[in-house]
Design a protein around this ligand. Structure first.
Ligand SMILES: [Zn+2]
Length: 337
């Protein structure tokens, strides 16, 4: 599998105690290299100001530039909210958004899937503010740039533990967004009340109980939902907000889901990408704060893409609890119309 990675991704928040640490990509990259899974490496480019402002306001971009330049050896909160930055954050975040763009461009050129091992993550970042651990919204920038360059339709699949409020906010005009997430949990958005336009440009949230949801229900829910969503949207590009903080043992998220789910989810993505997108999906790293979980989950994605696996899991629809099944059935009926 093509993998986008750059050592520079370790430079953001280096030496600062923070869950979103350089180890998240550096240790994972070393592990992948040692296990022979980093042989098809792509050097990321930078996202330009023009590409970043396809999603973010020029004022917000200036704020990030000004506030990172003012920092030297210490870290501080970005003035727009709860995002910790240091002197390197602009350079790294620009390269992370550029990594998403490099992934997208290579996926288009090669008709294959690409993993972007990037940080900081992006799905909480909104037009005018960084949020959570996110500075620029990598998935949204890749989606808007793809549409500007190629037309078509983008489906963003977000299985990170958290709701991607920033990505949801850019949906429309060719971008659809579907997410499962713990609820209530940070950032507080993503209730089923926010679902709308279950047609070509849909926003579809399936809030899950914040803990102990379980592996089989999680996999079964996605296997039931995603093919229906894809049949309605008919995407030409899949962008996966690949956060692995849904896995058991994650210190920030944890839906009580086993590590093996990454294989089942990737097989599902492979099926949908083959059916609608000429085999193209880009996986952009979002959350995931247990390094061991992260190593295994990313390796599972790469193995499954390399083997072109498409098998259905053994997860049974009957394993989905009543409350979530009601949401899925309601959505299915709407999508069927
Ligand atoms: Zn997350």
């Amino acid at each position: 599998m093509l993998v986008v990675y750059d050592e520079i991704y370790g430079d953001h928040l280096r030496g600062i105690p923070h869950a979103e640490s350089p180890d998240r990509v550096q240790v994972v990259a070393s592990f992948l290299r040692d296990s022979g899974k980093l042989n098809n490496l792509i050097d990321p480019r930078d996202a330009s100001d023009a590409e970043i402002t396809r999603v973010h306001s020029a004022e917000y971009l200036e704020t990030v530039k000004r506030e990172t330049q003012a920092l030297h050896s210490h870290a501080a909160y970005l003035s727009t909210g709860d995002t910790v930055i240091d002197a390197h954050s602009l350079i790294v975040a620009r390269r992370a958004a550029g990594g998403a763009l490099s992934a997208m461009e290579n996926a288009v050129a090669e008709n294959q899937s690409v993993f972007a091992l990037i940080r900081p993550p992006g799905h909480h970042a909104e037009s005018t503010r960084g949020m959570g651990f996110c500075v620029f919204n990598n998935a949204a920038i890749a989606a808007r740039t793809y549409l500007a360059d190629h037309g078509g339709r983008v489906l963003i699949v977000d299985f990170d533990y958290h709701h991607g409020n920033g990505t949801q906010a850019v949906a429309g005009d060719g971008i659809s967004y579907v997410s499962t997430h713990g609820y209530p949990a940070y950032p507080g958005t993503g209730s089923a009340d926010e679902n709308y336009n279950l047609g070509a440009d849909m926003i579809l949230n399936v809030p899950l109980p914040p803990h102990r949801f379980g592996t089989e229900p999680f996999v079964a829910l996605w296997e039931d939902l995603l093919p229906k969503v894809a049949a309605k949207v008919k995407p030409t590009m899949l962008i996966v907000s690949a956060g692995f903080d849904y896995v058991s043992g994650d210190p920030v998220g944890d839906l009580g889901v086993e590590r093996s789910a990454a294989t089942d989810l990737t097989r599902l993505i492979n099926r949908v990408a083959a059916q609608y997108c000429e085999g193209r999906a880009i996986f952009l790293l979002e959350g995931g704060y247990n390094i061991s979980v992260l190593m295994e989950s990313v390796a599972r994605v790469i193995e499954s893409v390399d083997a072109k696996e498409t098998a259905l899991s053994s997860a049974q629809e009957s394993a989905i609890p009543q409350r979530e099944r009601a949401i899925v059935q309601f959505v299915s009926e709407l999508l069927g119309k």
